[in-house]
Design a binder for this molecule. Sequence first.
Ligand SMILES: *[C@@H]1O[C@H](CO)[C@@H](O)[C@H](O)[C@H]1NC(C)=O
Ligand SMILES: *[C@@H]1O[C@H](CO)[C@@H](O)[C@H](O)[C@H]1NC(C)=O
Ligand SMILES: *[C@@H]1O[C@H](CO)[C@@H](O)[C@H](O)[C@H]1NC(C)=O
Length: 360
Amino acid sequence: MKRKGSRGRCRSKIVYIVMLCFCVGSLMMLQNQFIQITDPEVVVPPPAVQKPKIAFLFIARNRLPLEMIWDAFFRGEEQGRFSIYVHSRPGFILNEFTTRSPFFYNCQVNNSVQVDWGESSMLAAERILLKNALKDPFNERFVFLSDSCIPLYNFSYTYNYIMSTSTSFVDSFADTKEGRYNPRMHPVIPVHNWRKGSQWAVLIRKHAEVVVADDILFPEFQKHCRRRSLPEFWRDHPIPVDASKEHNCIPDEHYVQTLIAHNDLEGELTRRSVTHSAWDLSSSKDRERRGWHPVMYKLSDATPALIKAIKDIDNINYETEYRREWCTSKGRPAPCFLFARKFTRSAALKLLNASIIAAN
Ligand SMILES: *[C@@H]1O[C@H](CO)[C@@H](O)[C@H](O)[C@H]1NC(C)=O
Ligand SMILES: *[C@@H]1O[C@H](CO)[C@@H](O)[C@H](O)[C@H]1NC(C)=O
Ligand SMILES: *[C@@H]1O[C@H](CO)[C@@H](O)[C@H](O)[C@H]1NC(C)=O
């Protein structure tokens, strides 16, 4: 009786399991049918995951003379991993009549200011661009570009390079040159936080937020960093008697660097710029004037050899700091530069046509 009973329970268990399987099976078939009936054609795409974006921030006078180079650069990118913001002078309108590249439609910030080169209005323009770009939560890197900058590589390479580190690319060094730090900035900006570097930086979101939120250093720069006689003008005017009293701060080459030092964030920097500028060291014999003018590459300068030479640079020597920076990306030796300036329209178009920039 006992054995029979246990066998009986066993059998009923088996029956139970078979029935359960049948039930589950038919439920699944029903469900399949249901999906097929309600959705015969539509293939449900996987949930779109928005990738982090790079915000390209163009500081232009009016239109973008190199728009077609950037057009080729952005055209290769189909995953929406970028956004574009353009700051042009107030009154200028960037639309289908003033740009040939649809990538730049609706990219102009509508609250621009008149920028005087070398004045703190340049900082205002940078802050306006950042403020606009921060509204998009997917923007994670913020690249400053001038209207004469070109991309040296394709979008993917540029994207991966910039995203491969969680630091900002900001070249920054203590500026010891007489006359640029205005002692009147003390104590708001102590001299030990005074830094210099290239304006053409790449910021992480955290640092972009620091710049936009800054209401301490920016007013100091506005107050004490006025342009007097810039060395460009020294060609036409006599050199001032006491240059050290002039305080040609060159705000755009000090502000972000000094602000980051002021906030004790220098540990979050890759201390170099990824934008190559060549400084005209030959044309001036005067030490003081030397190095003030970035070279403008014209049509005849724009050769594959020039671009190769820039791409081949893999280290930067910071003479004043006795520091040589070997460029890396993802821990491996890498080219130092992703962008270069300054190029005329014809020079850049020649390079694009020869497929040596932007798309490869
Ligand atoms: C600028 O555009 C924003 C929306 O993008 C709008 O809210 C704002 O009023 C505009 N400002 C001006 C001055 O037109
Ligand atoms: C572009 O390159 C082709 C040859 O590859 C040449 O025939 C053409 O004139 C070039 N156009 C410009 C605008 O340089
Ligand atoms: C992008 O550029 C890199 C570096 O030059 C190259 O290795 C890669 O093949 C390029 N990708 C495409 C899709 O052209």
